[in-house]
Design a protein around this ligand. Structure first.
Ligand code: IVH
Length: 676
């Protein structure tokens, strides 16, 4: 350690900042990991000895203390807009013609960028130092995620020389595909559920209360848009502003290109689409921006998005793989579903190994045969789909697949009733596959919510033969459980207490748990409110049930058929004997004056960061709102999370108001006033 500490410390910091910039931003390191580690160690040593010299943008200060409260709201300096989509060259040309009309000439040039599939973030630098990072939120107000964003190595805590007094930049935080894959491998090793896709995982990582957890996720960032600047240079074009951002040390995507005409833009789209897999991050489109800032000003903004930019959506990614086998599942209602066992293939950001084939008719319509090379597609959050076979690759003599006559799990006949798409196993609860799915559903969060009764425990109970009917879970013998490997007094007591604790659940939950076809939480709530007891519901006829609002003949028929089934009648009787409450004593509690959303119907789509779909639904229903599955002219608002899919387009075409997550939160707090 040479010289005065206050001099040396700055030398070491400068060397580390340079190394970070070369490694994380420019991807061209000049020093080895060992040299880097030595510098870092030296810095830590000086800072330990001279705590008075620690500053918060020191390279040692990326991981701070855990937050003890929620992420604070942040009002953006400038609104964060979203982008309109185009999906074809034609639509791109329409966009351009509109601009040409407004400008009375064609735009003089464009910048094409990859549309990164991550989460939007705004970074604010004051005097070159990172002072704030915020999520997009509703575009006006986001959440303060500074502590977590500081842990992202490619986000400079301090900019290079020449930074203005204030600047705000926008970009996208993402999880590299390789990091995502490694994370999921670890999940698999631990026997945990895999994460769905890099974007959601990145979003979850950024919303950790503990920055140390975010730091472990190896997130990265691309910056693509300059926001407010004071005390800095002015630019004539977006392209120049990007160059300047890069000079200041911000990570700007080198795949961005300045292009003079639409033909060039179209070539960029094609090229990007073809090279899509070469990137270590996911893209879901191309952003085309008018380059000239004067022209941008001239065309301006709509209420939601700039007119000077569009997102050219790429079609969902498709890959081919081998359909190794077709197997079947028996679900909780006894319905038999064939599914594809695939040679694992990474498509649309996840590794796909299975895909449902829905029913035998569908499978033959696509002419899928075990052994085929098949096209697999996955768009955004959507479940993977087998599109069809590649017939030119079909080996000679490949046999068609047929639904087995007997259930492979219980040996009872599988039957297909005329007019129904799905075949059914006739084994009832004697079918272990059906029983397993039934129990799992019965105990799940949206139904009876029995803590500790997940797949693992259910499987153990089934394989030990202590359960042959769903009601058996209420009469489990602790002495028998204690005999099983890995089960001690505490775990047995916890499980039995959890089970016994749900006997008093409201009727809505019980009805949901019974797994009647077409009866989810919403319908169950209507039925419970009307009939107030399970025996009364089971005595009702189709007419009485269809009289209820929102319930059609299909649901009513399903309820009646379920009630008439002897197995189900016995099940209900045994549940009653076991002490499960079959009726609601009081009207379900409705807070006085709380039904602010009464008479309004909503649709929820896409992924919300703070709510599971069920929770969002529950919140709306708690306030008297109704939640339906499809958007119509009567829908009061569409709640659209990330990757909303076709419902968003439908809402827009019908003029139905759309609320993002922040809007949803306001709706819960303020009622209908939040929809404007
Ligand atoms: S520009 C006013 N450029 O896409 C311009 N956005 O629907 C605003 N995105 O919220 C955005 N890559 O999260 C822009 N190269 C890129 C982008 C990009 C991804 C995201 C961003 C934005 C959304 C627009």
């Amino acid at each position: 350690m040479a010289g005065k500490p206050e001099v040396r410390i700055e030398e070491v910091r400068a060397a580390l900042r340079r190394a970070n910039h070369l490694y994380y931003v420019l991807d061209s390191p000049e020093i080895s990991d060992i040299e880097y580690d030595d510098l870092m160690r030296e810095l830590i040593a000086i800072e330990t000895e001279h705590p008075e010299l620690v500053v918060d943008d020191s390279p040692t200060q990326r991981v701070g203390a855990p937050l003890d409260s929620a992420f604070a709201p942040v009002t953006h300096l400038e609104r964060m807009f979203s982008l309109d989509n185009v999906e074809s060259e034609e639509e791109l040309e329409t966009w351009q013609s509109r601009l040409a009309r407004m400008l009375e000439r064609e735009p003089s040039g464009y910048v094409c960028e990859q549309k990164i599939d991550g989460l939007a973030v705004s970074l604010t630098y004051q005097e070159g130092r990172l002072v704030r990072a915020a999520t997009r939120g509703d575009g006006q107000v986001g959440e303060d995620i500074t502590a977590n964003v500081r842990t992202i190595d490619s986000v400079p805590l301090r900019l290079q020389a020449g930074a203005p007094s204030l600047m705000e930049v926008r970009g996208e935080i993402y999880m590299p595909v390789a990091v995502f894959a490694a994370l999921n491998e670890r999940q698999a090793d631990l026997g945990e559920k895999p994460y769905v896709n890099p974007r959601n995982t990145a979003a979850g990582s950024v919303r950790q209360k503990d920055p140390a957890k975010t730091a472990q996720r190896s997130l990265s960032i691309w910056l693509y848009q300059l926001g407010q600047v004071s005390g800095g240079p002015t630019f004539a074009s977006h392209w120049e502003s990007l160059q300047w951002m890069a000079e200041l040390g911000l990570r700007v995507n080198p795949a961005s290109r300045r292009i003079s005409d639409l033909a060039g833009v179209e070539a960029y789209v094609t090229e990007t689409q073809e090279g899509r897999h070469a990137n270590d991050y996911e893209i879901d489109g191309i952003v085309v921006k008018v380059d000239d800032l004067g022209e941008q000003d001239e065309v301006g903004y709509t209420a939601k998005s700039p007119r000077w930019a569009v997102a050219y959506k790429l079609p969902p990614e498709e890959k081919t793989t081998t359909l190794e086998e077709i197997r079947i599942n028996v679900g909780r209602t006894g319905a038999v579903t064939p599914y594809a066992v695939l040679d694992p293939v990474f498509v649309g950001g996840v590794t796909v190994t299975n895909a449902t084939l829905h029913n035998e008719g569908e499978l033959h319509r696509k002419d899928l045969r075990p052994g085929d090379t098949v096209i697999v597609r996955r768009a955004g959050d959507v479940i993977p789909e087998v599109v069809g076979p590649v017939l030119t690759k079909r080996p000679k003599g490949l046999a068609k697949w047929h639904m087995p006559a007997m259930c492979p799990f219980c040996g009872n006949p599988i039957v297909l009733t005329e007019g129904q798409a799905k075949a059914r196993c006739t084994g009832g609860f004697a079918c272990p596959s059906r029983l397993r799915e039934y129990l799992f559903h019965f105990a799940s969060r949206g139904a009876m919510d029995i803590e500790g009764l997940g797949y693992q425990t259910v499987d153990m109970l089934l394989s030990e033969g202590v359960i042959t009917d769903p009601a058996d879970i209420f009469t489990l013998d602790p002495d028998v459980l204690l005999g099983f490997e890995g089960w001690g007094e505490i775990s047995v007591n916890n499980l039995l207490e959890a089970i016994s604790g749900v006997k008093d659940r409201p009727l809505t939950r019980l009805i949901t748990a019974l797994g009647i076809d077409h009866v989810g939480g919403t319908v169950a709530r209507v039925l419970a409110a009307e009939f107030r007891s399970l025996p009364a519901l089971m005595a009702a006829d189709v007419e009485a049930i269809t009289a209820l609002s929102g319930i059609g003949p299909e649901i009513a028929g399903s309820v009646v058929a379920w009630s008439e089934d002897e197995d189900n009648r016995q099940l209900v009787e045994r549940l009653g004997e076991a002490g499960v409450r079959l009726l609601d004593p009081e009207p379900e509690p409705q807070e006085e004056g709380a039904a602010t959303l009464a008479g309004m119907s909503f649709v929820v789509t896409g992924t919300l960061e703070g709510y599971k779909r069920n929770e969002a639904k529950g919140q709306l229903e708690r306030l008297g709102g109704k939640v339906t599955g499809s958007v119509s002219g009567k829908t009061a608002a569409l709640i659209a999370g990330a990757s909303p899919g076709s419902k968003l387009a439908r809402a827009e075409s019908l003029g139905v108001p759309v609320l993002d997550e922040a809007g949803f939160v306001r709706l819960l707090a303020e009622g209908p006033a939040a929809i404007s």
